[in-house]
Ligand binder design. Sequence first.
Ligand code: ADP
Length: 497
Amino acid sequence: MGKYALAIDQGTTSSRCMIFDHSGNVVSSAQQEFTQHYPQPGWVEHDPIDIWETVRGTMLLAMDRIGACGKDIASIGITNQRETTILWDKKTGRPVYNAIVWQCRRTADIIDRLKEEGLTGYIRSVTGLLPDAYFSGSKIKWILDNVPGVRARAEKGELLFGTVDSWIIWNLTGGKVHVTDYTNASRTMLFDIHRLDWDQDLLKILDIPSCLLPQVKPSSCIYGLTDPRITGDPIPICGAAGDQQSALFGQCCFKPGQAKNTYGTGCFMLMNTGRQAVESRNGLLTTIAASADSSVEYALEGSVFVAGAAIQWLRDELEIIKKASDSETIAMSVPDTAGVYVVPAFTGLGAPYWDQYARGCISGITRGFTRAHLVRATLESLAYQTYDILTAMEKDSGVKLESLKVDGGACQNNFLMQFQADIIGQKVIRPRCVETTAMGAACLGGLAAGFWNDREEIRSILSVERIFSPDMPESRKDELLDGWHKAVGRSLGWAKD
Ligand code: ADP
């Protein structure tokens, strides 16, 4: 058995590799950015060869940095940008077109048609998703319909489709293994998350031949071995999960009611709902969570569009802070916001309001209002928006939030984390290793390979850096939340004629 568990973290702007020892310490890492292609407004592509070359390069470099060879690595786990779509030739391995990236909006009209045909309810009940151009289904259709010759080759069985995890596994195994995992499959808008199979009706509706599709497997199981031409001794590839699900696992949210929130540019929140696939009434998505064994668990997912971006706005547009981290001391220099609320609805509001016409507002200003109040109110808006989504998740699932695990850049802000705990009335837990996405993939791989024994062992190695406990009287919390919801009310519908 090797000494290390290796994680490949294939993200939207870069590929990274992290190598963990048995105690969960990062012993080596490497990272490489790659080119983003924007062929038209709203279109985003990656070259799949760039994705593969940066994955291979960072993996070999991270191994080289600690003098590790193939037999030193017990397991490879992969986590990846979700939904990004690649089609390639199964004989030559050559992609037939660039990868269409999750952000790409080119298939919005395909989605509009599905909605007009009244398919929203069907898609939601089968896949757990709301029809959207983000997901892989319409992107596959676009490539089949628009790249000359591709449909005929697909129908002859010459081509394969994969999300980025599939593409990496296929390349790592020297073209031997064509699989994906449940979490990635659940983001294609083609996968029945209840029956755990590709949905033949959706394949028909989108005109996608099923011979393109990978076999779907659990997130923690042995998919295959690396080609010795790449790693010398073959290494088992035995973990895969989409980035958000990997972070949920890396945060040890193994039980229903445990949730994680990633405070980045936006916020990504997932709550484990156990064996129950909960259909949301508040516009949240139902998705498959990564499990340590072959059983399937589910999660609710919601996002806040503008979170850390509001702090960037203070820094770059208003120029009232120099660095994002300055916001902490400035916010703490005043005891409250002087009754002011910032609703950063710059691009409308998502769950649970779903108002594309909402716009940002600053409410309740009186003469004593200062820059410090504005900074504090902006930070607090991240916590209020998180509260709104968590409340929707609790309502949808009937599961009470047990704790909130946090990661992402803005979770380093202690003021924000304390205020978050106060507003949700629950503990906020910040781990020592904030690389939770890579950690999750390493754990999924390491469990399947027997490098770690079980989830208990994983829990014991993932140490907590700090716990923020709620410390605000209920009446004060209610008063603040009332004010927040009043301010949200002022921002709704603003841009409508
Ligand atoms: P992403 O992966 O979306 O690029 P990161 O997880 O790297 O985001 O986090 C960066 C975001 O967090 C930025 O929007 C930045 O404004 C915000 N941020 C970083 N540090 C802090 C801090 N100490 N306090 C508040 N916000 C912060």
